[in-house]
Design a protein around this ligand. Structure first.
Ligand code: ADP
Length: 326
């Protein structure tokens, strides 16, 4: 295998808190180990447009605490075509980039897998997504911060909800995965979580109403994962109005505040460890793997495993919510 001299870094897809901490860790660990580093702007788009610049240790100073990503992120349609990927490869050759570290979610790592199967490039992925929906890692970069943002927002909504006798649906992100809704519900003492994973098995709304709400409580909060499968908070509120008009229902969609903000300590530590591990993986000759964490141990997960498998939710947590909200 050709020797790696220069590592390119990019962030792609949906942004997540602590992506900057990951960029910092990858850059510094790479420089520490004698690699040259280049930053690629706007995800795969930068490989098409050639927006690439050399990264020194100072370029990543003072960013560990910042949300967002200094490398920006984008969705790049051209990279999904073989012609686009050919341009991306040519750009890498021109820039002398021998290996890539891709920080992103399911889509970004799918792109990485395809790119690596077509060209002989070592690529290491880092799971950067608030959704926590990548298989083979207990948690992903940005998930803990998003969960804390949901917790703070929901606590505030609880104050107003309990001043009225209201049923509140709070919509959180997680198009295909209920991790944020499920753990957000536990962290806030919500009455229920409505998640896509079990949407085809049970009518979660009917079950919720049938269980009734705690008599001693004058408000009910339900966290809903935004998903066609759950119907989203608006869809569910519409159903309540039609099917259970005795309830006074309100909706809050948390939206993009879930992606922003200064990362939590957990996310900064995770991103720092994973960033260093990405460079160690390249030094060990690993390629086409995602760095994951399992029981606090860093692991290498083949791309095919990380993106092809649905990460299962812990179903016991649904019961925990039920028991603790009686
Ligand atoms: P995320 O990484 O957050 O899941 P997306 O699904 O939007 O975000 O993917 C980010 C980018 O990854 C896309 O804009 C595209 O450039 C690339 N990508 C996604 N899927 C593929 C694919 N099947 N083939 C090639 N590139 C892809």
């Amino acid at each position: 295998m050709a020797e790696i001299k220069c590592v390119g870094i990019l962030t792609s897809g949906g942004d997540a808190p602590a992506m900057n901490a990951a960029i910092r860790a990858v850059t510094r660990a790479a420089i520490y180990n004698g690699f040259e580093v280049k930053g690629i702007m706007r995800g795969y788009r930068g490989l098409i447009t050639g927006e690439i610049f050399p990264m020194k240790t100072q370029n990543v100073s003072n960013i560990i605490q910042q949300g967002g990503t200094i490398l920006k992120t984008a969705r790049c349609k051209e990279f999904t075509t073989p012609e686009g990927r050919q341009i991306a490869y040519d750009t890498m050759q021109k820039e002398g980039i021998d290996a890539l570290v891709v920080i992103g979610g399911d889509g970004s790592l799918t792109g990485a897998r395809i790119f690596a199967s077509e060209y002989n490039i070592p690529i290491v992925g880092l799971p950067g997504t608030i959704d926590n929906d990548l298989y083979g890692t207990d948690t992903t970069i940005g998930y803990d911060t998003a969960l804390n943002t949901i917790m703070e927002a929901t606590d505030k909504i609880r104050d107003t909800a309990s001043s009225h006798e209201r049923l509140f649906f709070i919509e959180v992100m997680g198009r295909n995965a209920g991790f944020l809704a499920l753990n957000g519900a536990i962290a806030t003492g919500a009455e229920a979580a409505i998640i896509p994973e079990i949407a085809t098995e049970v009518d979660q709304l009917a079950e919720l109403i049938q269980n009734g709400f705690r008599k001693s409580k004058n408000s009910s909060i339900v966290l809903v994962a935004e998903s066609e499968l759950t119907g989203g908070a608006m869809g569910l509120a519409e159903r309540v109005k039609n099917e259970y008009p005795q309830y006074d229902v309100r909706v809050t969609i948390l939206g993009h505040i879930q992606r922003g903000g200064s990362p939590t300590a957990s996310d900064r530590i995770l991103a720092s460890r994973m960033g260093e591990a990405a460079i160690n993986a390249l030094l060990e000759g690993q390629r086409n793997i995602m760095v994951g964490i399992q029981n606090d141990e860093l692991v290498y997960v083949p791309f095919t495993k990380a993106i092809r498998n649905d990460k299962p939710i812990n179903r016991d947590l649904l019961n925990t919510i039920k028991i603790l909200s009686i």
